[in-house]
Ligand binder design. Sequence first.
Ligand code: HEM
Length: 479
Amino acid sequence: QYNYFKDRGIPNPKPIFPLGNFWGVGLSVHFIHRVNEIYRQFKGKAKICGFFVTTIPAYIALDIELIKNILVKDFDSFHDRGIYYNEKADPLSAHIFSIAGEQWKTLRQKMTTTFSSGKIKAMMPTLNKISEEMTEVLGEYADEGKTLNYRDMASRLMCEIVGEIAFGIKCNALRDPNCEMMVLSDFLSIKDMKQRVMYLFSNAFPEVCRKLNIQITPKDVQHYFLKIINEAIEYREKNKIRRNDYFDMLLQLKNEGKLDGDVTNVGRISHTDMLAACFVFFVAGFETSSTALAYALYELAVNQELQDRTRDEIEKVLSNYDGKVTYEALMNMNYPGQVISESLRKYTPGNVLMRKCTKEYKIPDTDIVIEKGRMVFLPMHAIHNDPEYFPDPEKFDPDRFSPEMEKERNPFTFLPFGEGMRICMGLRFGLIQTRLGLVSVLRKYRVTLNEKTVHPIRLDPKDVTMMPYGGIWLNTEHI
Ligand code: HEM
């Protein structure tokens, strides 16, 4: 089995039975560090290399042109992510991030309009109310001179937003770090060994697992989310409640097949689609946005000059909007936007993009043929930290994203939201909520590094997300 790549003339790091190239991953080595090591070992020597997830061969694309082809030009051969889902046994798993083929295409077409700028604008009053509550909580920490784990606070902010916007409930995460949704969010880290083995197994043998009706969403998570979503559907339908939130839009799609004010009828979504669409907001939007915000604040705490510049730019832009944090004001915040981009570069929350080969694929100008069914990983965190594309990659430098610098760069070297037909569906919303978080903190407070933070940051190897070991502890001072 371990001769798979050798027989095909494709370079690969030496595997050792039975874990292949996964020894230590999830225990002493973070998954992304192993991928980065392999990228650095073979980059420049080949367009693609192989590695073994236990005994299963998978690819890592090393060449930017090949990455572009996989994501865009040859999408036809790579339209799925190869993630296990099971509509019947595990309805929450069948969300748009995981589902495949025609089923994905139809649902994506129906759901695209839910993230238009007009729809997000309508959600701004709710977002502003939540950010004001966070500002109040931070004020209490500032008054008492207590340090705060901003990695956790960023998650609590995003949890509160997801609760209100996607589930129509107030989960009180800003005041209560142990609220149910926050506690359950732990499953996203896949730290539990049994859960990790289940993920590996179900993605390696999806057909077997489908036949056996294997459920990968933990039972307590499934129970909680099905309950709150079904209750909210019933309550809103019975009482004819209308609100400007994502949940309302999904209800419109479920019941009418189109959104209020839209002319085109895109077709109704099923009840199961609705359940999974609420859940995907949590799975795809919560951890990513909070990671981007927390690391941006960490870097600005380390570099006070950058923090002052960011704050000045925020005030300058807001002065054109009567000091109000509107959708347009957030979209026009160029430098704070660059700070978020730099955070997404250095700490890329979606650290590898995944594609499953859905139709045999010959890599242009080579003899290499990728078989149908094989997984290909696109190592975006490694590319974002490659000195060839981002000189001195350890340096946090938002000027890398000035319009002039961006023009000079191959756009496929910076893909924090992915690219092509499966690009992040919540991109605009993700940017808005992250910028809103940054603005809300910096307008009123100065953050400085507390000695409790492990500095420089080390990732927690047991976590699949970009979780900093020990948290990001910052002091909060009134401006
Ligand atoms: C800063 C915040 C965010 C980042 C960095 C991010 C990143 C990503 C990445 C890397 C992907 C994979 C793209 C690919 O494979 O080409 C993705 C997909 C996705 N994201 Fe986001 N995301 C963010 C926020 C959000 C939010 C707020 C939502 C809200 C629902 C969301 C929903 C999705 C969905 C549904 C997909 C799957 C799209 C599909 O397969 O058709 N994301 N995101």
